[in-house]
Write a protein that binds this ligand. Sequence first.
Ligand SMILES: CCCCC/C=C\C/C=C\C/C=C\C/C=C\CCCC(=O)SCCNC(=O)CCNC(=O)[C@H](O)C(C)(C)COP(=O)(O)OP(=O)(O)OC[C@H]1O[C@@H](n2cnc3c(N)ncnc32)[C@H](O)[C@@H]1OP(=O)(O)O
Length: 217
Amino acid sequence: MSEQAADVTGVDGKRDDDYEHHGGFPKYEAVTPGPDWARFVEGMRTLQDLAVSVDAPDDVVAQAADQVEKLAAVLTPYVVPEGRSPAGRTIELPGRGSLLMPPWHIEKFGPDGVRSAGEFRRYHLGGNGAAHGGTLPLLFDDLMGMIVHAYGRPISRTAYLHVNYRAITPLNTPLTVEGSVDRVEGRKTFITAQLKKGDTLLADCEALMLELLPGQP
Ligand SMILES: CCCCC/C=C\C/C=C\C/C=C\C/C=C\CCCC(=O)SCCNC(=O)CCNC(=O)[C@H](O)C(C)(C)COP(=O)(O)OP(=O)(O)OC[C@H]1O[C@@H](n2cnc3c(N)ncnc32)[C@H](O)[C@@H]1OP(=O)(O)O
């Protein structure tokens, strides 16, 4: 597993040294895990989809539960502190290799904004074939973190996230989400983003990201 420092170069081309010591935040570095990590994560995503969509006989569920318990026992000795797992730090994988994130891949990452593309899956079902309303703020919030980072701002947290649901967000359909910094006022970074299916606006979002003060968690 090789580690590389995240690019924290600001819009003015200067390295943002504040990134190193702002807030009480651990420092994250992008990572390239071994060759089986992608297969492992995708397999786990398939299991998540299945776990919310099967109605299997008791003996099949018992068999599955046995295997899940065995798998957990295999992995448990390797639990590491926050920021050390490849989950969330593998930029080239959908959802940066984190099961919490929808399996979307980054198409554009820079000071002028971040765009990612992907699909919501059965795991993300809300009702009547649409994505759960709570999955959209998850997608947007993660995007906001990346936009702040790509813009070269110090570590910031979401103070508010305002989502407007404009149309039903379908499952298993290619979508894009894109956003950029609107303005910066002191510690405040204001960002807007849109979720689209082709040219159709599904949801838009406005967020305030607040730069953390020294020692803030
Ligand atoms: C993973 C990396 C892998 C490799 C790297 C590669 C790629 C990058 C990838 C990812 C990105 C990397 C890193 C991302 C890092 C972090 C993202 C984290 C996102 C989150 O983690 S998301 C969690 C949900 N988030 C919270 O859990 C926040 C809880 N909260 C608080 O922690 C405090 O609340 C805080 C600190 C936000 C503010 O507290 P505070 O005391 O410092 O500030 P204060 O309240 O004084 O406000 C100052 C001024 O903001 C105004 N203001 C405040 N709140 C407002 C509101 N809601 N609406 C309107 N105005 C508001 C005030 O009115 C005042 O304005 P004014 O100065 O004009 O009077």
